[in-house]
Design a binder for this molecule. Structure first.
Ligand code: NIG
Ligand code: FE
Length: 410
């Protein structure tokens, strides 16, 4: 074991064990052996002295859990929308703001103006902050350009971030996020369809905002069929969030890897997700931030055997949050799920939404050594003392992350 690193004196090691039902496996007083950035094995702490390791790190009896996977973010953007938050609290709805040319469209204007380097720097800072708070893998969408040049600029920034930070980053082309000001929906959608091949080398998958007054189920079907032909592997969609459009049902039937939001998804839609093996990506932080009343049918999903995933949705309009710990706390209290279910959704479930659950999200032998050392011995502190930060250190591929310790604003 000369080339292995030993993380010893772990008070509680939490692994995610897939099987008929995915469960947490907890081991007390143990050591985690990491070789070449991957989990090699777990041994008893009392056995550490019998081996020769390249390095031994004492974790002082604290808990270790898998790193969080944030499987739905829009973290590359310019500008903020604090005024809009105040407008919403005064009674104007999210969709009304968008219809008047604000909302997503105001971020589009700011993002078009920003240089590639500016977008790279601000997104990098956000990701470092998120990593400090425990996130070790990301999905990032474009969608604040709505023209060829800016959409490609955003995805190039995503590629640079993946290379620079050396962590799993899945990139998604979200040209169908909103209709640019002054354009007709069908003319713009035609542009999105015609230019899909231009994004094939820049993104792993596609996404669409299927919502009343934005894109229809018909658009979603066309996009997915074409995306498949062009060679995109991952189809995902913002569906049935503010109203029921049937987006979830259709996306699942066409083989979506994830359906996201789902506040209005019905049992019929949930059954389609189950049959297709589609993961449900839930973002309670968005409901909280927008002051929404409606919650997804989470327990129907669980009973149907649909895999749940959690994400921040990190974006300047509906979810300016960097913190998966907050998201997990909200999930527990809003959805009435237990800490075990929330932690599984934020790790294994979210990794599955990205097609990465074999590679990360569970701390199983052979997986990336992406883990969090907590400040205490009981992972449930994350949920019990809600609003606190219990992440002491984040490790990515066995290396300590030098994150961003302070809050980040634009
Ligand atoms: O997931 N619903 C559309 N897209 C984002 C919001 C983006 C924004 O408001 O800037 C979402 O909520
Ligand atoms: Fe989103």
């Amino acid at each position: 074991m000369e080339n292995a690193v030993c993380f010893r004196n772990i008070g509680e090691l939490v692994l995610v064990e897939p099987g008929d039902s995915v469960v947490l496996a907890k081991t007390g007083k143990c050591a985690l052996i990491v070789r070449k950035g991957k989990i090699d094995k777990v041994i008893r702490d009392s056995a550490v002295a019998r081996h020769n390791f390249a390095k031994v790190i004492d974790l002082k009896g604290n808990a270790v859990i898998p790193g969080f996977v944030d499987c739905h973010t829009h973290l590359i953007y310019a500008g903020e929308r604090k005024d809009e938050m105040e407008q919403r609290m005064a009674g104007t709805s999210y969709m009304e703001i968008l219809k008047e040319g604000g909302g997503i469209l105001s971020t589009v204007l700011a993002t078009r103006k920003a240089t590639e380097d500016e977008l790279f720097e601000s997104a990098r800072k956000r990701m470092l902050r998120m990593m400090s708070l425990g996130t070790t893998a990301f999905e990032i969408k474009s969608g604040y350009g709505l023209d060829l040049e800016t959409e490609q600029k955003m995805l190039r920034v995503g590629q640079r971030l993946r290379k620079k930070l050396k962590i799993p980053v899945i990139l998604t082309y979200l040209g169908a996020h909103a209709v640019p000001k002054g354009q007709k929906i069908d003319t713009y959608f035609e542009f999105v369809m015609d230019n899909l091949p231009e994004f094939r080398h820049l993104a792993d998958g596609v996404d669409i905002f299927c919502e009343k007054d934005v894109f229809t189920v018909h658009h979603l079907r066309q996009l997915f069929l074409q995306a498949r032909l062009v060679g995109f592997h991952q189809l995902r969609a913002h569906v049935d969030e503010l109203s029921h459009q049937g987006g979830c049902y259709n996306a699942a039937r066409l083989g979506a890897i994830s359906c996201d939001h789902l506040e209005h998804a019905t049992p019929h839609d949930i059954r389609a997700m189950h049959l297709a093996g589609t993961t449900a990506v839930l973002m309670p932080g968005v409901t909280f931030f927008l002051g929404g009343k409606r919650l997804p049918l989470v327990h129907t999903m669980i009973d149907a055997g649909v895999t749940l995933a959690l994400a921040t949705d990190c974006n300047p309009g509906s979810g300016p949050s960097y913190n998966m710990q907050t998201v997990m706390s909200l999930a527990v209290s809003m959805y009435r799920i237990n800490p075990e279910q929330a932690l599984i959704a934020a790790t294994y479930g979210a990794a599955k939404a990205l097609g990465g659950h074999k590679e990360y999200g569970g701390l199983l032998p052979g997986q990336r050594a992406d883990f969090i050392v907590l400040k205490t011995q009981d992972y449930r502190d994350l949920f019990y003392y809600f609003g606190e930060n219990f992440v002491d250190e984040t490790y990515s591929a066995g290396k300590k992350v030098k994150g961003e310790k302070d809050p980040v604003s634009a």
